[in-house]
Design a protein around this ligand. Sequence first.
Ligand code: AHR
Length: 505
Amino acid sequence: MTSQVKAKMIIDKEFVISRIDKRIYGSFIEHLGRAVYGGIYEPDHPEADDFGFRKDVLELVKGLNVPIVRYPGGNMVSGYNWEDGVGPAENRPRKLELAWRTIEPNLVGTNEFAEWCRKAGSEVMMAVNLGTRGVDDARNLIEYCNHPGGSYYSDLRISHGYKEPHRIKTWCLGNEMDGPWQIGHKTMEEYGRVALETAKVMRWVDPDIELVACGSSHSSMPTFPQWEATTLEHTYDAVDYISLHQYFGNRDGDSANYLALSLEMDRFIHTIISVCDYMKAKKRSRKTISLSFDEWNVWYHSNDADKRIEPWTVAPPQLEDVYNFEDALLVGTLLISFLKRSDRVKIACMAQLVNVIAPIMTENGGTAWKQTIYYPYMHASVYGRGIALKPVIVSDKYDSKDFTDVPYLEAAAVYNDEKDEVVVFAVNRSLESALELTCDVRSFAGYRVAEHIVLENPDLKAVNTAGSEKVKPHSGGNARLDDGLVSALLPKQSWNVIRLTKAGA
Ligand code: AHR
Protein backbone atom coordinates (compact mmCIF):
# COMPACT_ATOMS: atom_id res chain seq x y z
CA MET A 1 0.00 0.00 0.00
CA THR A 2 1.37 3.39 -1.04
CA SER A 3 1.42 6.13 1.58
CA GLN A 4 -0.94 9.04 1.21
CA VAL A 5 0.13 12.10 -0.77
CA LYS A 6 -0.29 15.60 0.63
CA ALA A 7 -0.87 19.14 -0.55
CA LYS A 8 -1.30 22.50 1.16
CA MET A 9 -3.12 25.40 -0.34
CA ILE A 10 -3.72 29.02 0.72
CA ILE A 11 -6.44 31.12 -0.82
CA ASP A 12 -7.12 34.72 0.06
CA LYS A 13 -9.77 37.20 -1.02
CA GLU A 14 -7.06 39.68 -1.94
CA PHE A 15 -5.07 37.34 -4.20
CA VAL A 16 -7.05 38.19 -7.31
CA ILE A 17 -6.10 36.85 -10.74
CA SER A 18 -9.03 38.35 -12.59
CA ARG A 19 -12.78 38.53 -12.89
CA ILE A 20 -13.57 35.46 -14.95
CA ASP A 21 -15.00 36.03 -18.40
CA LYS A 22 -17.86 33.52 -18.46
CA ARG A 23 -17.04 32.83 -22.12
CA ILE A 24 -14.21 30.53 -20.99
CA TYR A 25 -17.02 28.00 -20.60
CA GLY A 26 -17.95 28.24 -24.27
CA SER A 27 -18.36 25.41 -26.74
CA PHE A 28 -18.52 24.71 -30.44
CA ILE A 29 -20.95 23.31 -33.00
CA GLU A 30 -19.59 22.59 -36.46
CA HIS A 31 -21.44 21.27 -39.48
CA LEU A 32 -19.57 18.02 -39.03
CA GLY A 33 -20.76 14.47 -38.41
CA ARG A 34 -23.92 14.39 -36.28
CA ALA A 35 -23.33 17.63 -34.39
CA VAL A 36 -26.13 19.46 -36.20
CA TYR A 37 -28.18 16.78 -38.00
CA GLY A 38 -29.07 14.10 -35.45
CA GLY A 39 -27.52 16.23 -32.70
CA ILE A 40 -29.14 19.58 -32.04
CA TYR A 41 -31.57 19.23 -34.97
CA GLU A 42 -33.70 16.23 -35.79
CA PRO A 43 -37.19 17.27 -36.95
CA ASP A 44 -38.55 13.70 -36.94
CA HIS A 45 -37.46 13.00 -33.38
CA PRO A 46 -40.25 12.64 -30.77
CA GLU A 47 -38.49 15.35 -28.71
CA ALA A 48 -38.29 17.84 -31.63
CA ASP A 49 -39.79 21.30 -31.11
CA ASP A 50 -41.49 23.41 -33.81
CA PHE A 51 -38.10 24.30 -35.30
CA GLY A 52 -36.91 20.69 -35.36
CA PHE A 53 -34.54 21.17 -32.42
CA ARG A 54 -34.27 18.30 -29.98
CA LYS A 55 -35.60 19.42 -26.59
CA ASP A 56 -33.81 16.61 -24.76
CA VAL A 57 -30.49 17.84 -26.16
CA LEU A 58 -31.35 21.44 -25.33
CA GLU A 59 -31.98 20.43 -21.73
CA LEU A 60 -28.56 18.81 -21.47
CA VAL A 61 -26.95 21.87 -23.08
CA LYS A 62 -28.75 24.15 -20.61
CA GLY A 63 -27.38 22.02 -17.79
CA LEU A 64 -23.90 23.10 -18.91
CA ASN A 65 -24.86 26.79 -18.84
CA VAL A 66 -22.89 27.38 -22.06
CA PRO A 67 -22.40 31.13 -22.54
CA ILE A 68 -21.16 31.12 -26.16
CA VAL A 69 -21.07 28.61 -29.03
CA ARG A 70 -18.68 28.87 -31.97
CA TYR A 71 -20.25 28.17 -35.38
CA PRO A 72 -20.31 26.91 -38.20
CA GLY A 73 -16.72 25.58 -38.19
CA GLY A 74 -14.01 24.51 -37.88
CA ASN A 75 -12.52 23.25 -41.10
CA MET A 76 -15.97 23.33 -42.66
CA VAL A 77 -16.20 27.13 -42.59
CA SER A 78 -13.30 27.48 -45.01
CA GLY A 79 -15.45 26.17 -47.85
CA TYR A 80 -18.84 27.44 -46.63
CA ASN A 81 -21.11 29.75 -48.59
CA TRP A 82 -23.39 31.12 -45.88
CA GLU A 83 -26.02 32.13 -48.45
CA ASP A 84 -26.70 28.40 -49.01
CA GLY A 85 -28.08 28.18 -45.47
CA VAL A 86 -30.57 31.08 -45.43
CA GLY A 87 -34.00 31.58 -46.98
CA PRO A 88 -36.69 29.00 -47.71
CA ALA A 89 -35.40 25.52 -46.80
CA GLU A 90 -36.78 23.98 -50.00
CA ASN A 91 -34.51 26.23 -52.10
CA ARG A 92 -31.32 25.40 -50.25
CA PRO A 93 -28.69 23.43 -52.15
CA ARG A 94 -27.22 20.08 -51.14
CA LYS A 95 -23.49 20.49 -51.54
CA LEU A 96 -20.29 18.53 -51.23
CA GLU A 97 -18.69 19.53 -47.94
CA LEU A 98 -15.02 19.14 -48.76
CA ALA A 99 -13.43 19.45 -45.33
CA TRP A 100 -15.12 16.33 -43.98
CA ARG A 101 -16.18 14.70 -47.30
CA THR A 102 -19.90 14.70 -46.56
CA ILE A 103 -23.10 16.02 -48.14
CA GLU A 104 -24.30 19.26 -46.51
CA PRO A 105 -28.08 19.63 -46.91
CA ASN A 106 -28.08 23.21 -45.55
CA LEU A 107 -31.29 22.68 -43.61
CA VAL A 108 -29.73 24.49 -40.68
CA GLY A 109 -27.93 27.76 -41.33
CA THR A 110 -27.22 31.12 -39.74
CA ASN A 111 -30.79 32.00 -38.67
CA GLU A 112 -31.66 28.56 -37.31
CA PHE A 113 -28.43 28.46 -35.35
CA ALA A 114 -29.04 31.92 -33.87
CA GLU A 115 -32.54 30.71 -32.94
CA TRP A 116 -31.11 27.57 -31.32
CA CYS A 117 -28.61 29.65 -29.34
CA ARG A 118 -31.42 31.84 -28.02
CA LYS A 119 -33.20 28.72 -26.80
CA ALA A 120 -29.99 27.41 -25.22
CA GLY A 121 -29.31 30.75 -23.50
CA SER A 122 -26.02 31.12 -25.41
CA GLU A 123 -24.40 33.72 -27.63
CA VAL A 124 -23.23 32.90 -31.15
CA MET A 125 -19.50 33.14 -31.91
CA MET A 126 -19.46 33.31 -35.70
CA ALA A 127 -16.56 32.33 -37.96
CA VAL A 128 -16.17 33.81 -41.44
CA ASN A 129 -14.77 31.93 -44.42
CA LEU A 130 -11.25 33.13 -45.21
CA GLY A 131 -10.47 29.95 -47.17
CA THR A 132 -12.42 30.08 -50.43
CA ARG A 133 -13.75 33.57 -49.68
CA GLY A 134 -12.60 36.73 -47.98
CA VAL A 135 -13.37 40.39 -47.33
CA ASP A 136 -16.43 40.58 -49.59
CA ASP A 137 -18.18 37.58 -48.06
CA ALA A 138 -17.38 38.68 -44.51
CA ARG A 139 -18.81 42.16 -44.99
CA ASN A 140 -21.99 40.70 -46.50
CA LEU A 141 -22.45 38.18 -43.71
CA ILE A 142 -22.04 40.75 -40.96
CA GLU A 143 -24.43 43.11 -42.75
CA TYR A 144 -26.92 40.21 -42.92
CA CYS A 145 -26.51 39.34 -39.24
CA ASN A 146 -26.01 42.66 -37.49
CA HIS A 147 -27.30 45.58 -39.55
CA PRO A 148 -30.79 46.62 -38.44
CA GLY A 149 -32.32 47.13 -41.90
CA GLY A 150 -32.50 49.35 -44.97
CA SER A 151 -29.67 47.66 -46.88
CA TYR A 152 -29.64 44.70 -49.26
CA TYR A 153 -28.39 42.03 -46.85
CA SER A 154 -30.16 43.28 -43.74
CA ASP A 155 -33.41 43.45 -45.70
CA LEU A 156 -32.73 39.95 -46.99
CA ARG A 157 -32.54 38.75 -43.37
CA ILE A 158 -35.81 40.54 -42.61
CA SER A 159 -37.41 38.89 -45.65
CA HIS A 160 -36.27 35.56 -44.19
CA GLY A 161 -38.35 36.22 -41.10
CA TYR A 162 -35.76 37.80 -38.78
CA LYS A 163 -36.73 41.43 -38.26
CA GLU A 164 -34.34 41.92 -35.37
CA PRO A 165 -30.62 41.70 -36.12
CA HIS A 166 -28.80 38.82 -34.45
CA ARG A 167 -26.27 41.27 -32.95
CA ILE A 168 -23.43 38.77 -33.00
CA LYS A 169 -20.59 40.28 -31.05
CA THR A 170 -17.70 37.80 -31.34
CA TRP A 171 -16.31 36.85 -34.76
CA CYS A 172 -13.48 34.53 -35.82
CA LEU A 173 -11.39 35.59 -38.80
CA GLY A 174 -11.25 32.17 -40.45
CA ASN A 175 -10.21 28.85 -38.95
CA GLU A 176 -6.77 27.18 -38.65
CA MET A 177 -5.45 28.99 -41.69
CA ASP A 178 -1.91 27.73 -40.90
CA GLY A 179 -2.93 24.10 -41.61
CA PRO A 180 -2.20 22.56 -45.04
CA TRP A 181 -5.44 20.57 -44.57
CA GLN A 182 -7.43 23.77 -44.54
CA ILE A 183 -9.40 24.70 -47.65
CA GLY A 184 -7.62 27.83 -48.85
CA HIS A 185 -4.63 27.38 -46.51
CA LYS A 186 -2.44 30.49 -46.34
CA THR A 187 1.07 31.48 -45.45
CA MET A 188 1.35 33.66 -42.36
CA GLU A 189 1.95 36.77 -44.49
CA GLU A 190 -1.07 36.03 -46.66
CA TYR A 191 -3.23 35.36 -43.64
CA GLY A 192 -2.05 38.44 -41.75
CA ARG A 193 -2.95 40.64 -44.72
CA VAL A 194 -6.39 39.17 -45.38
CA ALA A 195 -7.24 39.07 -41.66
CA LEU A 196 -6.38 42.75 -41.31
CA GLU A 197 -8.42 43.82 -44.33
CA THR A 198 -11.36 41.66 -43.28
CA ALA A 199 -11.24 43.01 -39.73
CA LYS A 200 -11.16 46.58 -40.98
CA VAL A 201 -14.19 46.18 -43.21
CA MET A 202 -16.20 44.16 -40.67
CA ARG A 203 -15.70 46.93 -38.11
CA TRP A 204 -16.89 49.48 -40.64
CA VAL A 205 -20.16 47.55 -40.82
CA ASP A 206 -20.39 47.09 -37.04
CA PRO A 207 -17.91 48.90 -34.77
CA ASP A 208 -19.13 47.04 -31.67
CA ILE A 209 -17.84 43.61 -32.63
CA GLU A 210 -14.87 41.72 -31.19
CA LEU A 211 -12.50 39.88 -33.48
CA VAL A 212 -10.39 36.76 -33.08
CA ALA A 213 -7.38 36.21 -35.35
CA CYS A 214 -6.29 32.62 -36.05
CA GLY A 215 -3.30 31.42 -34.12
CA SER A 216 -1.63 28.06 -34.70
CA SER A 217 -3.71 24.89 -35.09
CA HIS A 218 -1.65 23.36 -32.30
CA SER A 219 1.64 23.94 -30.56
CA SER A 220 3.51 21.34 -32.66
CA MET A 221 2.85 23.11 -35.95
CA PRO A 222 6.16 23.88 -37.71
CA THR A 223 5.19 27.55 -38.02
CA PHE A 224 4.36 27.92 -34.31
CA PRO A 225 4.94 30.50 -32.76
CA GLN A 226 6.16 32.61 -35.67
CA TRP A 227 2.64 32.34 -37.09
CA GLU A 228 1.22 34.25 -34.12
CA ALA A 229 3.98 36.88 -34.27
CA THR A 230 3.49 37.55 -37.99
CA THR A 231 -0.29 37.49 -37.72
CA LEU A 232 -0.18 40.02 -34.90
CA GLU A 233 2.44 42.08 -36.73
CA HIS A 234 -0.29 42.71 -39.31
CA THR A 235 -3.42 42.70 -37.16
CA TYR A 236 -2.43 43.93 -33.70
CA ASP A 237 -4.51 47.10 -33.79
CA ALA A 238 -7.45 45.49 -35.58
CA VAL A 239 -8.18 42.39 -33.47
CA ASP A 240 -8.94 41.65 -29.82
CA TYR A 241 -7.95 37.99 -29.47
CA ILE A 242 -5.60 35.41 -30.92
CA SER A 243 -6.90 31.85 -31.05
CA LEU A 244 -5.33 28.67 -29.62
CA HIS A 245 -6.37 25.12 -30.48
CA GLN A 246 -5.15 21.91 -28.82
CA TYR A 247 -6.41 18.34 -28.54
CA PHE A 248 -5.04 15.61 -26.30
CA GLY A 249 -5.05 11.81 -26.23
CA ASN A 250 -3.71 8.91 -24.19
CA ARG A 251 -2.27 7.12 -27.20
CA ASP A 252 0.29 4.98 -25.42
CA GLY A 253 -1.86 4.07 -22.43
CA ASP A 254 0.34 5.89 -19.92
CA SER A 255 -2.26 7.44 -17.63
CA ALA A 256 0.15 9.16 -15.22
CA ASN A 257 1.70 10.93 -18.18
CA TYR A 258 -1.69 11.64 -19.74
CA LEU A 259 -2.98 13.35 -16.61
CA ALA A 260 0.04 15.66 -16.69
CA LEU A 261 -0.83 17.05 -20.13
CA SER A 262 -2.41 20.17 -18.67
CA LEU A 263 1.16 21.30 -17.98
CA GLU A 264 1.63 21.38 -21.75
CA MET A 265 -1.53 23.48 -22.01
CA ASP A 266 -0.11 25.86 -19.37
CA ARG A 267 3.11 26.17 -21.38
CA PHE A 268 1.21 26.80 -24.62
CA ILE A 269 -0.85 29.57 -22.99
CA HIS A 270 2.27 31.08 -21.46
CA THR A 271 4.08 31.13 -24.82
CA ILE A 272 1.20 32.79 -26.64
CA ILE A 273 0.91 35.44 -23.92
CA SER A 274 4.64 36.07 -24.37
CA VAL A 275 4.26 36.47 -28.14
CA CYS A 276 1.33 38.87 -27.66
CA ASP A 277 3.29 40.94 -25.17
CA TYR A 278 6.42 40.95 -27.33
CA MET A 279 4.31 42.39 -30.11
CA LYS A 280 2.76 44.89 -27.70
CA ALA A 281 6.23 46.15 -26.83
CA LYS A 282 7.35 46.14 -30.46
CA LYS A 283 4.35 48.21 -31.48
CA ARG A 284 4.66 50.53 -28.46
CA SER A 285 0.98 49.74 -27.91
CA ARG A 286 -1.17 50.29 -24.85
CA LYS A 287 -3.54 47.58 -25.99
CA THR A 288 -3.31 44.03 -24.64
CA ILE A 289 -4.33 41.07 -26.80
CA SER A 290 -6.42 38.39 -25.06
CA LEU A 291 -6.52 34.67 -25.78
CA SER A 292 -9.41 32.74 -27.27
CA PHE A 293 -8.75 29.02 -26.71
CA ASP A 294 -11.56 28.28 -29.10
CA GLU A 295 -10.91 24.56 -29.66
CA TRP A 296 -9.78 22.28 -26.87
CA ASN A 297 -10.62 18.77 -25.74
CA VAL A 298 -9.59 15.14 -25.83
CA TRP A 299 -9.70 13.73 -29.37
CA TYR A 300 -8.24 10.35 -30.26
CA HIS A 301 -10.70 7.54 -29.49
CA SER A 302 -12.49 7.84 -32.83
CA ASN A 303 -9.46 8.29 -35.11
CA ASP A 304 -9.47 4.71 -36.46
CA ALA A 305 -13.25 4.50 -36.87
CA ASP A 306 -13.20 7.73 -38.87
CA LYS A 307 -10.93 6.16 -41.47
CA ARG A 308 -13.75 3.73 -42.29
CA ILE A 309 -16.49 6.34 -42.81
CA GLU A 310 -18.18 6.25 -46.20
CA PRO A 311 -17.71 9.63 -47.97
CA TRP A 312 -20.50 11.82 -49.34
CA THR A 313 -23.29 10.90 -46.94
CA VAL A 314 -25.36 13.24 -44.76
CA ALA A 315 -24.31 13.41 -41.10
CA PRO A 316 -22.21 10.25 -40.74
CA PRO A 317 -20.97 9.35 -37.22
CA GLN A 318 -17.66 11.21 -37.41
CA LEU A 319 -15.38 12.05 -34.47
CA GLU A 320 -17.66 10.22 -32.03
CA ASP A 321 -15.17 9.78 -29.20
CA VAL A 322 -16.60 7.79 -26.30
CA TYR A 323 -14.94 9.39 -23.31
CA ASN A 324 -13.73 7.47 -20.31
CA PHE A 325 -13.14 8.47 -16.73
CA GLU A 326 -9.50 9.51 -17.17
CA ASP A 327 -10.57 11.86 -19.97
CA ALA A 328 -12.89 13.56 -17.48
CA LEU A 329 -9.97 14.01 -15.08
CA LEU A 330 -7.80 15.54 -17.80
CA VAL A 331 -10.66 17.84 -18.84
CA GLY A 332 -10.91 18.96 -15.20
CA THR A 333 -7.21 19.91 -15.18
CA LEU A 334 -7.59 21.78 -18.49
CA LEU A 335 -10.48 23.82 -17.10
CA ILE A 336 -8.27 24.63 -14.11
CA SER A 337 -5.60 25.84 -16.56
CA PHE A 338 -8.04 28.39 -17.99
CA LEU A 339 -8.96 29.63 -14.52
CA LYS A 340 -5.28 30.02 -13.61
CA ARG A 341 -4.79 32.29 -16.65
CA SER A 342 -8.21 33.91 -16.65
CA ASP A 343 -6.41 37.27 -16.69
CA ARG A 344 -5.62 36.58 -20.37
CA VAL A 345 -7.81 33.67 -21.50
CA LYS A 346 -11.16 35.35 -22.05
CA ILE A 347 -12.80 32.82 -24.36
CA ALA A 348 -12.44 29.04 -24.49
CA CYS A 349 -14.61 26.61 -26.42
CA MET A 350 -14.79 22.94 -25.60
CA ALA A 351 -14.75 21.29 -29.03
CA GLN A 352 -17.38 20.28 -29.55
CA LEU A 353 -20.81 20.16 -27.88
CA VAL A 354 -22.96 17.35 -29.28
CA ASN A 355 -21.88 13.97 -30.76
CA VAL A 356 -18.65 15.25 -32.32
CA ILE A 357 -15.89 14.96 -29.65
CA ALA A 358 -18.58 16.09 -27.28
CA PRO A 359 -19.87 16.00 -23.70
CA ILE A 360 -23.38 15.18 -25.01
CA MET A 361 -24.18 12.12 -27.14
CA THR A 362 -27.38 11.15 -28.92
CA GLU A 363 -28.86 8.28 -30.84
CA ASN A 364 -30.72 9.24 -34.00
CA GLY A 365 -34.37 8.80 -33.07
CA GLY A 366 -33.34 7.71 -29.58
CA THR A 367 -31.96 8.92 -26.32
CA ALA A 368 -29.40 11.58 -25.33
CA TRP A 369 -26.89 11.24 -22.49
CA LYS A 370 -23.97 12.77 -20.63
CA GLN A 371 -20.46 11.61 -21.43
CA THR A 372 -17.92 11.50 -18.60
CA ILE A 373 -16.44 14.88 -19.56
CA TYR A 374 -19.85 16.52 -19.15
CA TYR A 375 -19.38 16.65 -15.39
CA PRO A 376 -16.18 18.66 -14.88
CA TYR A 377 -17.34 21.01 -17.64
CA MET A 378 -20.73 21.46 -15.96
CA HIS A 379 -19.21 21.99 -12.51
CA ALA A 380 -16.73 24.58 -13.75
CA SER A 381 -19.33 26.42 -15.81
CA VAL A 382 -22.01 26.42 -13.12
CA TYR A 383 -19.81 27.06 -10.06
CA GLY A 384 -16.77 28.77 -11.60
CA ARG A 385 -18.26 32.24 -12.01
CA GLY A 386 -16.92 35.36 -10.35
CA ILE A 387 -13.31 36.11 -9.43
CA ALA A 388 -10.42 33.70 -9.95
CA LEU A 389 -8.10 33.69 -6.94
CA LYS A 390 -4.43 32.84 -7.14
CA PRO A 391 -3.86 29.93 -4.81
CA VAL A 392 -0.49 29.25 -3.25
CA ILE A 393 -0.05 25.49 -3.59
CA VAL A 394 2.60 23.21 -2.16
CA SER A 395 2.00 19.67 -3.36
CA ASP A 396 3.81 16.36 -3.44
CA LYS A 397 4.99 15.64 -6.96
CA TYR A 398 5.81 12.84 -9.39
CA ASP A 399 7.75 12.39 -12.61
CA SER A 400 6.20 10.87 -15.73
CA LYS A 401 7.50 9.94 -19.18
CA ASP A 402 7.38 13.49 -20.54
CA PHE A 403 7.12 15.63 -17.42
CA THR A 404 9.03 16.19 -14.21
CA ASP A 405 7.67 17.60 -10.98
CA VAL A 406 4.02 17.04 -11.78
CA PRO A 407 2.01 18.15 -8.75
CA TYR A 408 -0.45 15.51 -7.57
CA LEU A 409 -2.80 18.35 -6.78
CA GLU A 410 -4.05 20.55 -9.61
CA ALA A 411 -6.37 23.18 -8.22
CA ALA A 412 -8.04 26.54 -8.75
CA ALA A 413 -10.18 28.73 -6.51
CA VAL A 414 -13.06 30.99 -7.45
CA TYR A 415 -14.81 33.58 -5.31
CA ASN A 416 -18.35 34.24 -6.45
CA ASP A 417 -18.90 37.67 -4.92
CA GLU A 418 -22.57 37.77 -5.99
CA LYS A 419 -23.41 34.56 -4.18
CA ASP A 420 -20.87 34.83 -1.36
CA GLU A 421 -19.50 31.46 -2.35
CA VAL A 422 -15.95 30.16 -2.60
CA VAL A 423 -15.32 27.14 -4.79
CA VAL A 424 -12.18 25.03 -4.95
CA PHE A 425 -11.79 22.83 -8.03
CA ALA A 426 -9.22 20.12 -7.43
CA VAL A 427 -7.89 17.05 -9.23
CA ASN A 428 -5.90 14.41 -7.41
CA ARG A 429 -3.69 13.00 -10.17
CA SER A 430 -2.41 10.14 -8.05
CA LEU A 431 -3.43 6.76 -9.45
CA GLU A 432 -2.47 5.05 -6.19
CA SER A 433 -3.33 7.15 -3.20
CA ALA A 434 -5.80 9.56 -1.72
CA LEU A 435 -4.53 13.11 -1.29
CA GLU A 436 -4.68 14.83 2.06
CA LEU A 437 -5.57 18.44 1.31
CA THR A 438 -5.44 21.32 3.71
CA CYS A 439 -6.56 24.70 2.49
CA ASP A 440 -6.14 27.90 4.45
CA VAL A 441 -9.25 30.06 3.92
CA ARG A 442 -8.85 32.40 6.90
CA SER A 443 -9.71 35.47 4.83
CA PHE A 444 -13.20 34.03 4.37
CA ALA A 445 -14.48 34.36 7.90
CA GLY A 446 -17.89 32.87 8.61
CA TYR A 447 -17.94 30.41 5.73
CA ARG A 448 -18.88 26.74 5.99
CA VAL A 449 -18.63 23.74 3.68
CA ALA A 450 -21.85 23.57 1.67
CA GLU A 451 -20.91 20.61 -0.48
CA HIS A 452 -17.96 18.49 -1.51
CA ILE A 453 -18.73 16.96 -4.91
CA VAL A 454 -16.51 14.08 -6.06
CA LEU A 455 -16.17 12.39 -9.43
CA GLU A 456 -14.30 9.15 -8.80
CA ASN A 457 -14.12 5.69 -10.28
CA PRO A 458 -11.79 2.74 -9.70
CA ASP A 459 -11.69 2.14 -13.46
CA LEU A 460 -9.94 4.84 -15.48
CA LYS A 461 -11.48 3.39 -18.63
CA ALA A 462 -15.11 3.44 -17.41
CA VAL A 463 -17.49 5.11 -19.87
CA ASN A 464 -21.10 6.30 -20.04
CA THR A 465 -23.27 4.94 -22.82
CA ALA A 466 -26.97 5.13 -23.73
CA GLY A 467 -28.82 3.88 -20.65
CA SER A 468 -25.69 3.21 -18.57
CA GLU A 469 -24.04 5.97 -16.56
CA LYS A 470 -20.98 4.45 -14.89
CA VAL A 471 -19.27 7.77 -14.27
CA LYS A 472 -21.24 10.35 -12.34
CA PRO A 473 -20.51 12.61 -9.39
CA HIS A 474 -21.68 12.24 -5.82
CA SER A 475 -21.79 14.75 -2.98
CA GLY A 476 -20.23 12.51 -0.37
CA GLY A 477 -16.79 14.15 -0.15
CA ASN A 478 -15.48 14.62 3.39
CA ALA A 479 -14.31 18.27 3.29
CA ARG A 480 -14.69 20.10 6.61
CA LEU A 481 -13.82 23.60 7.71
CA ASP A 482 -12.43 24.26 11.20
CA ASP A 483 -10.70 27.44 12.37
CA GLY A 484 -10.19 28.80 8.85
CA LEU A 485 -8.73 25.55 7.54
CA VAL A 486 -10.46 23.26 5.08
CA SER A 487 -9.32 19.68 5.29
CA ALA A 488 -10.37 16.97 2.88
CA LEU A 489 -9.24 13.63 1.63
CA LEU A 490 -9.40 13.66 -2.16
CA PRO A 491 -9.82 10.06 -3.35
CA LYS A 492 -7.14 8.72 -5.68
CA GLN A 493 -7.76 9.74 -9.35
CA SER A 494 -10.59 12.13 -8.60
CA TRP A 495 -12.14 15.46 -9.59
CA ASN A 496 -13.44 17.48 -6.64
CA VAL A 497 -15.55 20.59 -6.19
CA ILE A 498 -15.54 21.99 -2.66
CA ARG A 499 -18.14 24.71 -2.21
CA LEU A 500 -17.98 27.06 0.75
CA THR A 501 -20.86 29.37 1.47
CA LYS A 502 -21.28 32.11 4.01
CA ALA A 503 -23.05 30.73 7.05
CA GLY A 504 -26.61 32.07 7.11
CA ALA A 505 -26.50 33.09 3.41
O1 AHR B 1 -13.07 20.18 -34.00
C1 AHR B 1 -12.71 19.36 -35.07
C2 AHR B 1 -11.74 20.04 -36.02
O2 AHR B 1 -10.52 20.23 -35.37
C3 AHR B 1 -12.10 21.42 -36.50
O3 AHR B 1 -12.93 21.40 -37.61
C4 AHR B 1 -10.78 22.01 -36.86
O4 AHR B 1 -10.76 23.41 -36.71
C5 AHR B 1 -9.80 21.30 -35.95
O5 AHR B 1 -8.72 20.82 -36.63
